[in-house]
Write a protein that binds this ligand. Structure first.
Ligand code: UDP
Length: 250
């Protein structure tokens, strides 16, 4: 039997990860695939927490750009993450996997409030915990919520699912010369403005030594491999950096 490398991980899924073939909302096919993969990781014996975004429904910045008050817009964004969380919980429970949604804003009739000790207890009991409503505060993102919750629950790895297989020196879709990094330090991500997570999230991970792995969420099987410690994406950790060493070579 394969022994997983990690005991407890947190996976950040953006709302876009649920889009699949649809342009808005949730693709049932994609949701099913993600639920299957999370169930597989859980079956390995890894404790799994998830922070889910809301960009497939509403983003505060987009609504504010259209003229809405930013705080109200962010409240709508946070509520969008609750909807995604409920959809994921339903998909998991249809597979017989117990899960709990814990929200950073109080919506007691819909899901539990986020209470750290209770979240940890759910994880210890083998439930997948889905953290909804980001940090509960406007002007933040679910990336920041992911780094905060990962640190709070003592996760060993923050897995950030994206549409490409790691962090590149430029957008690999537009620039064929873009290089993929195997490993980066937090400060390299910040100083090079690499698109990993927003700066607030990276700074918290840096200050608390939270290891991040950026991987391709669109490829089936990647979450399971990442949870087993396989190098399926770019690792961001305290270093030493492989990116600087590579660039110094003639
Ligand atoms: N949001 C917020 N505070 C938070 C997390 C999220 O106000 O702590 C709002 C914000 O408007 C954001 C939206 O919720 O645009 C959806 O989150 P995010 O954009 O991070 O989702 P993702 O891009 O991961 O789908």
């Amino acid at each position: 039997m394969t022994v997983p490398r990690y005991r407890r991980i947190l996976i950040k899924l953006s709302g876009e990860a649920l889009l699949g073939e649809v342009e808005y909302g949730i693709s049932a096919t994609t949701l099913s695939r993600i639920a299957d993969e999370l169930s597989e990781v859980r079956a390995l014996g890894v404790e799994v927490a998830v922070v889910i975004g809301g960009g497939n429904i509403f983003r505060g910045a987009g609504l504010a750009a259209a003229g809405m008050d930013r705080v109200s817009a962010d409240h709508m964004g946070m509520l969008a993450t609750v909807m995604n969380a409920l959809a994921l919980q339903d998909a998991l429970e249809r597979r017989g996997v117990f899960s709990r949604v814990m929200s950073a804003i109080k919506i007691n009739q819909v899901c539990e409030d986020y209470i750290r000790r209770r979240a940890v207890r759910h994880l210890e009991k083998g439930r997948i915990v889905i953290f909804a409503a980001g940090t509960g505060n406007p002007f933040f993102t679910t990336d920041s919520a992911a780094s905060l919750r990962a640190v709070e629950i003592g996760a060993e790895l923050l897995l950030k699912g994206t549409k490409v297989d790691g962090v590149y020196s430029a957008d690999p879709v537009r620039d064929p010369t873009a290089r993929r990094y195997e490993q980066l330090t937090y400060d390299e991500v910040l100083s090079r403005r690499l698109e990993v997570m927003d700066a607030t999230a990276i700074v918290l991970c840096r200050d608390q030594g939270m290891r991040i792995m950026v991987f391709d969420m669109t490829q089936p099987g990647m979450v399971v491999q990442a949870a087993q410690g396989m190098p399926v994406g770019t690792v961001v950790d305290p270093g030493p950096s492989s990116a600087s060493a590579e660039e110094e070579q003639p």
